[in-house]
Design a protein around this ligand. Structure first.
Ligand code: GLN
Length: 471
């Protein structure tokens, strides 16, 4: 059906700039394909077909000229419903665009819809969803990963040019990218403005990108990165031309953190990742083992910090200022409890309760402050490793995309422990990329590559090199 348009992003943009794409035809086929996929896989919460088609009548020329861009539903899009995957925001239509959306539109990108996610980003498998659960396009009995499940799913499913904007707090880009077999970049904390992102945990949230190819990510990163006056944590660092990054890794020093190859990680996955690393050695990279000794404390520290911040960030959803409201009855506390009890899902409630507990007077020192100290130790571990290495490489996830029947058997803490390989880098705020490096049980395996703060060029380069191996 869409074979005419089965082309890489770069070719589409070139043809689009040259005026040789019939946008009416292209976008009709695109939405036909998306609707067909969505029936089986639930990858979108909201499709913005009408708005996208209207945009094609006044194409903005730029680096993305008419390229379809999907957006995770926790990134605000003017005039397009933005729920963050929660029923409490079911009717929320932002009156403004997030900075990354403004920048995307300025370069001619067209927003095609809002992708499925765990409620507020609270999850690893996209099963904590207030809307339909997204299903892996490679096997609908399996998870897409989370929390950016819809973004990874549509990137894998769509055989037409497209880039996805997503978000990670503790692994929500790397995990689904690995489960769905696409490339996913989480930039340095602050590299991309968070203005217009619905917060999960403000000291951890990062807007990032998923695409079929790393070079598409490089293109998009150059567009959305940079200082934003409206967002105090956005970094005031110049933005390199990421599209100049090539796949030549000769001389690149790749570290292999031994704690990331523990017994909890599937043997075949470890082997595949190590084989990939030795192939990179064949391309001229230099490799060596290193140690990140505080890795074992990362999951506990992450969940304390993430839930603590989430519990304060979610306080604004009280049935008064945003989203759902109910007829006013009882006193304030009764009213808030009623609204929040009715519209938050189970995992959101769990996190508000645990997060509030961890920051209560009397417990704060024991939990939150201690977790913050561990966070610093983890940052120091990486700093030490990056004195010797340009990039660290490890498996992205301990296993391939699990079946829903397997996930049903897990306890909440098993979900959290699945993040062991992705939360440390997210706690440290360093850039990371997951790219596919082969398969296990017919499902993709991801290799995770991390670099020092603002080392995006190194992870992009390493990502391109792995893609070049055609595994
Ligand atoms: N799985 C992690 C969590 O539930 C990460 C989610 C994310 O990055 N948004 O917190």
């Amino acid at each position: 059906m869409s074979s005419k348009y089965r082309m890489p992003v770069s070719e589409f943009i070139q043809e689009s700039k040259a005026g040789s794409i019939n946008y009416t035809d292209f976008y009709s086929k695109l939405f036909e394909k998306i609707r067909e996929t969505d029936k089986k896989h639930n990858l979108f919460i909201t499709l913005s077909e009408k708005e996208a088609k209207a945009d094609t009548k006044k194409i903005q020329k730029g680096a993305l000229t008419a390229l379809p861009v999907s957006v995770k539903d926790n990134i605000c899009t003017k005039g397009i419903r933005t729920t963050a995957g929660s029923k409490i925001l079911d009717n929320y239509i932002p009156p403004f665009d997030a900075t990354c959306i403004e920048k995307t539109k300025k370069e001619g990108g067209i927003i095609i819809g809002k992708t499925a996610q765990d409620e507020f980003g609270f999850g690893t498998f996209s099963v904590n969803c207030a809307y339909e659960t997204p299903k892996n396009p490679l096997d609908p009995l399996r998870s897409c990963g989370g929390s950016s499940g819809g973004a990874a799913g549509i990137t894998a499913a769509l055989d037409m040019p497209h880039i996805a904007l997503a978000e990670s707090t503790g692994g929500s880009i790397s995990c689904p990218a690995s489960f769905c077999g696409v490339a996913g970049l989480t930039p340095t904390y602050g590299r991309v403005s968070r203005q217009g992102l619905i917060d999960y945990a403000s000291s951890l949230d990062k807007i990032g990108i998923m695409a079929k190819k790393t070079s598409d990510i490089s293109l998009m990163l150059g567009i959305i990165a940079g200082r934003d006056k409206r967002e105090a944590t956005s970094l005031d660092a110049s933005v390199p031309d990421y599209t100049k990054v090539g796949a030549d890794i000769k001389g690149m020093k790749i570290g292999i953190p031994k704690e990331y190859f523990s017994d909890e990680i599937d043997k075949k996955i470890k082997k595949q990742v190590l084989d990939t690393i030795s192939k990179l050695e064949g391309l001229g990279a230099k490799t060596g083992e290193c140690s990140l000794p505080n890795t074992e404390y990362a999951v506990s520290a992450y969940y304390i910090i993430a839930m603590t911040e989430a519990s304060t960030n979610l306080a604004k959803f009280c049935g008064q200022r945003y989203g759902a409201c109910e007829p006013l009855e009882g006193d304030f506390n009764q009213y808030y409890s009623h609204v929040r009890g009715k519209y938050f899902g189970e995992e959101a409630k769990r996190r508000v309760l645990l997060g509030t507990y961890a920051r209560m007077a009397g417990y704060r020192d024991q939990y939150y402050l201690r977790a913050m100290k561990v966070r610093q130790l983890i940052i120091d571990d990486y700093k030490r490793a990056f004195k010797k290495f340009d990039v660290l490489a490890a498996p992205t996830m301990p296993f391939v995309a699990p079946k829903f029947t397997e996930i049903e058997k897990l306890k909440p803490v098993d979900h959290y422990n699945a993040d062991i390989l992705t939360v440390p880098a997210n706690l440290a705020g360093i850039p990371m990329i997951s790219v596919p490096c082969g398969k296990k049980d017919e499902m993709p395996v991801g290799i995770h590559m991390m670099a020092d703060h603002l080392g995006e060029e190194n992870v992009l380069k390493a990502g391109m090199a792995v893609e070049g191996l055609n595994l």
